[in-house]
Write a protein that binds this ligand. Structure first.
Ligand code: ADP
Length: 269
């Protein structure tokens, strides 16, 4: 570790002398390094589609100017590159919003069953495209304290991942259940599980999945329209709700992402 040393001369009524102060910089340096990495990553992620766009614009202005088939094809590619940039900016904004609000706990009464129901409704076309079957089971009254939009975002990201990475013909199971007293939260909780039957995730990757821009397979993530920020956003939102995210997987059998959230407690209202 590294230290910064501050030296000063002090004089009070009954004493005077030199004051030496050691400040541990390890933590600060680590945070600064993380910030630099993040900026480098963001720049790289933005530059990739931008370079492609500039290249196609040049081609359209020059060699392909009168080739209608090429124009149509290039415009299609440009549209998807622009869409990638849009998703990245959207995810960066979500991430920065949840990070800056991390200390404030959201307080609305949120029905998790309804949240997941509406996420499933929105994701139906994607699931259909990938011939993916989804089963959702939930008892009534799965109420937590939180922010509706943010919890929608959590389950959108988790279920979208299960669809994207699960492979075609994948079967996804989503369940909600009540836990009388969760050992770590030390409170009654609600456990939400999203399980897929895809290829799963190697154990060495699991602890790093919630890092920004960490992907097991960058090419595959890009192909699927991923930004590499989805699980980082999930982790921050879950933390903000004083909940926990757990990831487990058996290679070849699938992955399970579970979210434990403190149950709505009327007394806290
Ligand atoms: P991305 O935008 O790449 O999907 P995420 O943060 O949502 O970013 O996920 C990070 C990485 O975790 C993905 O690139 C993928 O490699 C892996 N991953 C996430 N969910 C699953 C899943 N259900 N099965 C297998 N791998 C997954």
């Amino acid at each position: 570790s590294s230290f910064q040393v501050h030296v000063g001369y002090v004089e009070t009524l009954d004493a005077r002398g030199t004051l030496v102060c050691f400040e541990d910089l390890t933590e600060r340096e680590h945070a600064a390094q993380m910030r630099r990495d993040f900026v480098a990553n963001v720049s790289h992620e933005l530059r990739t589609p931008l370079t492609a766009l500039m290249g196609f614009i040049e081609t359209l202005q020059g060699p392909a100017r009168h080739d209608q088939a090429a124009i149509d094809r290039f415009l299609g590619i440009m549209q998807s590159e622009a869409a990638r940039m849009e998703r990245l900016v959207r995810d960066l904004l979500s991430l920065s919003r949840v990070e800056s609000e991390e200390r404030v706990r959201p307080r609305e009464e949120v029905n998790l069953g309804q949240v997941i129901g509406s996420v499933l409704h929105a994701l139906r076309p994607l699931a259909r495209d990938r011939a993916c079957e989804i089963t959702f089971e939930a008892p009534d009254g799965m109420i937590v304290r939180g922010n509706d939009d943010q919890l929608q975002q959590v389950f959108t990201n988790l279920i979208e991942n299960a669809i994207k990475y699960g492979g075609t013909g994948n079967h996804i199971t989503i369940t909600l259940e009540r836990i009388a007293r969760d050992a770590t939260l030390r409170a009654p909780a609600i456990l939400a599980r999203v399980r897929d039957q895809g290829p799963g995730i190697e154990p060495l990757h699991i602890p790093r999945l919630t890092e920004r821009f960490y992907r097991v397979d960058t090419h595959r993530s890009r192909e699927m329209g991923g930004t590499g920020l989805g699980l980082a956003i999930v982790k921050h939102i879950v933390n903000r709700h004083r909940g926990r995210l757990r990831i487990s997987s058996t290679l070849g059998e699938g992955a399970e992402f579970s979210v434990i959230l403190p149950q709505w407690d009327r007394q806290e209202a």
